[in-house]
Design a protein around this ligand. Structure first.
Ligand code: CA
Ligand code: CA
Length: 701
């Protein structure tokens, strides 16, 4: 009872006046120090129950820490506390919404980050020629692993290893015997797994070839198909062939792809059962109608002809058979499981053929059909780019969901662009662009036209790419002259889009033209001036090494400030570091028979890079007459002649020599892409502007 009574008294007191709790007293009307003084004075009075409180009646009770819940609840309903609480609540809600909206706005307005396949150049390695580690004279997977530091040294973060599938090496790795195995020449699957892990450890991505159109005739599927075994019966394209006087007559005039002089090798490694090789290649000259270079080959086992777009050892798979398509999807999944980051799909336009088997139209209508011997004498309307082919490629894309490039190299650029897909359907990230390698002549005008051809035809919002070399393409130094090697690399690494560099182009390697060199652009990499150029410690190399290697190799060029290698490194670094070059606008400024001039700019940045590249003879260019408000003096950021780096140059009269390239840098508030006169001459792939204040890129500006 006593307890209950005293509790009641306490509550009554607290409702009326102040209250003591652990030495704290709350009292309205007395602030700060004053309140503290009052508290000390009031303390004894408040402790006496039932006493006259006198002046303390004026003190108003306020909530304080430790106040009992029941009392506190009475305060919480008072308007001054409730309103304050509600205001604070809504302020917090509003602030959260503002923050959320700002975050969404920044995400929406910021351009997507460049994919790894956009951010870095691609370094294409032909594995047999890169580096040998087991002294057999053939490059191997361990050799690539050994040289990963070099790839990093080049400021490159993507490598493309060309075909290393198990193959009898007919057509050099493109006649595959097993899609899920590695040719023993290159190493084992374990070696591959270790290599991929090592590549990823260094922050590098790796892509590989996918060659779905055909297999080797030694592939088990073909063996099963020629014996009409179960589902494999229709894995290839079989057709009856008519026999006339003991001679096989093909079903139509379709011919296989053979470019004269391309493949007259007598390679020791691969002709164990091709005793009739010479006859085989000679038969190319025979008319298609009598199986000269007919794409049909009679098979003694099945007593039918099979179809091959390439050599007779590479029968075409039947992509109208769903089982075959599924097999290739399995191949994709297999390599993705091994850690591959993407694929380059080879010879895609050949995937499907017409089922009606009509003769392909002749280029020269009046030519006697029996005299047709060459692939180029026919239009390949029924054996390339057939309806349904893109659906298959898109299904590959769907399965891989990683980087996909296609090697189409169609002469019709509009057909090539179809591999980009549409705004709604993603196909390839890009079809590889080999137009710069197909050029018959080199000049400022020719380079401009080749660049503009791609830019003009590429669908909006897609990403360009460029290559200046590759397997089966003569090296730059040999194709256009070594005096242009540096300026071509400068072009490659300053154009918008992804550059692809074929191994050795970064040191200006040349074709090997000796009589024994069947593949001049595939000669072993020149690492140093030692034994076999550092390529192998063995006694021989599978192809001759370029005799120029003592003075043209990685090691020697590393020590020369003005070398092709050092320029390449500077260029790749510039591309990595400078946003305008990586993802900015490109505007054509000028082209003539000698020079091609363009700028790279980014909205929001007042920085301009201007490239003056000479693909002809010595000339002088007046840039002031071409670009209004161009500063009269600008600095040379990078030159093919490193002694000019950092020097000022007079823009009224810029002299460039044969094969010389200059990258000028200047600042302006009037970038070229905002000038009316250049509206039609500017292009941007991933629209973005930059705010230096916030260090942010924006898409809508
Ligand atoms: Ca080897
Ligand atoms: Ca085919």
């Amino acid at each position: 009872m006593v307890d209950k009574e005293s509790k009641g008294i306490s509550i009554e007191m607290s409702e009326k006046e102040g209250f003591e709790n652990n030495g704290f007293i709350q009292s309205e009307g007395v602030e700060g120090m004053e309140a503290e003084a009052v508290s000390q004075e009031a303390l004894p009075k408040l402790c006496a129950v039932g006493m006259d409180l006198g002046p303390m009646q004026e003190l108003t009770l306020r909530p304080y820490a430790g106040m009992p819940k029941e009392v506190l609840l009475q305060f919480s309903t008072q308007a001054r506390y409730r309103v304050t609480r509600e205001i604070l609540f809504w302020l917090i809600i509003a602030a959260s919404l503002v923050l959320l909206a700002a975050t969404v706005a920044i995400i929406v307005m910021s351009p997507k980050c460049l994919g790894w396949w956009q951010a870095s150049p691609i370094y294409q390695i032909y594995p047999r020629s890169f580096k040998d580690t087991n002294k057999d004279g053939n490059g191997d997977l361990k050799g690539i692993q050994e040289k990963l530091d070099y790839v990093q040294y080049l400021n490159i973060k993507t490598i493309w290893i060309t075909s290393f599938y198990k193959s009898a090496l007919q057509d050099f790795g493109y006649g595959i015997e097993d899609f899920q195995d590695i040719d023993p020449m290159f190493g084992t699957m374990k070696d591959f797994e270790i290599l991929v892990a090592a590549i990823h450890d260094k922050g590098i991505k790796v892509i590989m070839d996918l060659i779905p159109n055909h297999t080797s005739d030694k592939h088990k599927w073909f063996q099963l198909s020629r014996n009409r075994t179960g589902k494999y019966t229709d894995y290839y394209i079989w057709h009856d062939c008519v026999q006339v006087n003991g001679r096989t007559i093909p079903p139509n005039n379709w011919s296989w792809v053979y470019e004269k002089g391309e493949d007259d090798d007598d390679d020791d490694d691969d002709d164990d059962d091709d005793d009739d090789d010479d006859d085989y290649w000679l038969s190319y000259a025979l008319p298609v109608s009598i199986m000269g270079n007919s794409s049909w080959q009679y098979d003694d086992v099945r007593k039918q002809c099979y179809f091959h777009q390439f050599g007779k050892e590479q029968p075409d798979l039947n992509f109208r058979n769903q089982n075959v398509q599924e097999e290739i999807h399995d191949v994709i999944r297999f390599w993705l499981g091994k850690g591959i980051d993407g694929f380059s799909i080879n010879t895609v336009k050949f995937l499907l053929e017409a089922t009606h088997l009509r003769d392909e139209p002749q280029v020269n209508k009046s030519q006697n059909p029996d005299s047709i011997t060459a692939y180029s004498e026919l239009y390949h309307d029924y054996t390339t780019t057939q309806v349904g082919m893109h659906d298959i490629v898109r299904s590959f894309r769907h399965t891989m969901d990683k980087f996909m490039g296609t090697e189409a190299n169609d002469h019709d650029i509009k057909r090539t662009m179809k591999y980009y897909g549409t705004s709604f359907i993603q196909e390839a990230d890009f079809p590889f662009n080999l137009h710069l390698t197909n050029m018959q002549e080199i000049s400022g005008n020719a380079i401009f036209e080749t660049v503009a051809l791609w830019m003009k035809n590429m669908p909006q919002g897609k990403w360009p790419n460029w290559a200046v070399g590759g397997p089966n393409i003569a090296r730059v130094s040999s194709r256009v002259g070594k005096e242009y090697t540096n300026v071509i690399n400068m072009l490659l690494l300053t154009l918008p889009g992804t550059p692809t560099t074929y191994y050795g182009e970064e040191i200006g390697m040349e074709d090997v033209t000796s009589e024994t060199a069947a593949f001049p652009e595939k000669s072993p990499m020149q690492w140093d001036d030692g034994h076999h150029s550092g390529f192998t410690e063995g006694n021989s190399t599978w192809l001759p090494i370029n005799p120029a290697y003592p003075n043209m190799n990685v090691q020697v060029q590393q020590s020369q400030s003005n070398s092709t290698l050092n320029l390449y490194r500077e260029l790749s670094l510039l591309r990595n570091n400078e946003l305008p070059i990586q993802r900015g606008w490109m505007c054509y400024i000028w082209n003539d028979s000698d020079v091609f001039v363009y700028v790279r700019e980014l909205d929001g940045l007042d920085q301009v890079f201007m490239m003056i590249l000479n693909f002809g003879q010595e000339t002088t260019t007046d840039l002031q007459a071409l670009v209004p408000e161009l500063p009269s003096k600008v600095v040379t950021k990078l030159s093919t002649n490193s002694s000019n780096n950092g020097k000022d140059i007079n823009t009224k009269s810029i002299k460039t020599g044969k094969g010389e390239g200059l990258i000028l840098e200047y600042r302006t508030s009037k970038p070229v892409h905002k000038m009316e006169t250049f509206t039609e001459k500017c292009f941007v792939a991933e629209k973005a502007c930059y705010s230096s204040a916030f260090n942010l890129l924006y898409m809508y500006c």
